[in-house]
Design a protein around this ligand. Structure first.
Ligand code: DP6
Length: 334
């Protein structure tokens, strides 16, 4: 019997991935960029056991048994087996997988990203896979490829039809911008009504704004935010982050029938952050929202106490929890 346990944190995109050019291979329409949270806070933890006596593959997610026949799992397993170290028996054994998240699942908080990154990383360790595994994690859930690395990460759109150049790389490591902090405001922890996968499919079919974004907007934003991260220019970083989140949700409204992930509390958070930045005379905080109403705020350490106090004062009951995540990253498995 062989056993391995790994953890992988969630990542929060500042340039969003929304739309695939190939559904089966999970190839995106544009580059995306994120920061990976510190592994102590929001993470998936996965244990994989392999044994010659197991009769079949099995998987439990948060204590509930799920089907191993899920095509995305199967794609990851196939690629992992192809890349396994030669002469290892483990590849021929069945596995039992137990995975749990320490935060709400499918609430627009990147749970699938952490889950698949962890699954792929753990099995890669078990099979002795060498080299890049981000493109394998991508087959599980697009955004999962970014959780393989800590720090600031870019998922490259790639050009080839087989997806071989659509992988993630690190822009800068954990220690590059040590003052950066992320606050997660859990507005609603229930499951989202429309999954990211279904939502982006509908946007591709119906939103002309999505096409405009891909053709005319994202490239400059990617260049601009990489520059801002490298130069630690918070103002430029924050403005691009907020504009990209707003454009993503504008695409959701432009989708037909529309997707509405943000709610009234989310909109009040947006107003509050803009009012706060205006009061401070410069951009101190950036918000970003994924496919759900929960806000992620990027800010510098020195501003955390004031912003936490402000949020708690303005949203004493609307916000389920105000969680303060101390900082960025650590690779899964470490
Ligand atoms: C809004 O990676 O969950 O969080 O590839 O279909 O599994 P699939 O989608 P997923 O989409 C994430 C969308 C997003 C933006 C982002 O993380 O870049």
């Amino acid at each position: 019997m062989s056993v391995i346990t790994c953890v992988a944190p969630v990542n929060i995109a500042v340039i969003k991935y929304w739309g695939k050019r190939n559904e089966e291979l999970i190839l995106p329409l544009n580059d995306s960029i994120s920061a990976t949270l510190n592994v102590e806070y929001m993470r998936a933890k996965t244990t994989v056991m392999a044994s010659p006596t197991f009769k079949e593959n099995k998987i439990w997610l948060n204590g509930k048994e799920e089907s191993f026949e899920n095509p995305r799992l199967q794609h990851c397993m196939k690629e992992l087996k192809q890349r396994a170290r030669k002469n290892t028996d483990v590849v021929n054994w069945n596995i039992h997988v137990c995975s749990e998240n320490n935060f709400p699942t499918a609430a627009g908080l990147a749970s699938s990203a952490a889950g698949y990154a962890c699954f792929v990383y753990a099995i890669a360790q078990l099979y002795g896979v060498e080299g890049d595994i981000t493109a394998i994690a991508r087959r599980g859930s697009g955004s999962a490829c970014r959780s393989i690395y800590g720090g600031w990460v870019q998922w490259h759109v790639g050009k080839s039809d087989d997806g071989s150049d659509s992988f993630a790389t690190q822009i800068a490591g954990v220690s590059h911008w040590p003052e950066m902090r992320i606050l997660t405001l859990v507005v609603n922890s229930s499951r989202k009504k429309c999954s990211s996968t279904d939502g982006m499919r509908r946007s591709i079919a119906t939103s002309s704004l999505l096409k405009y974004r891909v053709d005319h907007v994202v490239k400059d934003r990617v260049e601009g935010i990489i520059r801002a991260i490298k130069e630690k220019d918070f103002k430029a970083f924050a403005e691009i982050t907020m504009k990209d989140s707003n454009q993503f949700h504008a695409i959701c409204s432009d989708t037909y029938p529309p997707l509405s992930y943000v709610n009234e509390v989310s909109r009040r958070i947006i107003e509050l952050i803009h009012a706060y930045n205006e009061l401070r005379g410069t951009t101190k905080v950036a918000y970003t929202f994924d496919a759900g109403p929960n806000a992620c705020l990027y800010l510098l350490e020195e501003d955390v106490p004031e912003v936490v106090a402000l949020i708690q004062y303005v949203f004493p009951s609307d916000t389920e929890r105000v969680e303060y995540f101390k900082g960025l990253p650590i690779n899964p498995g470490s």
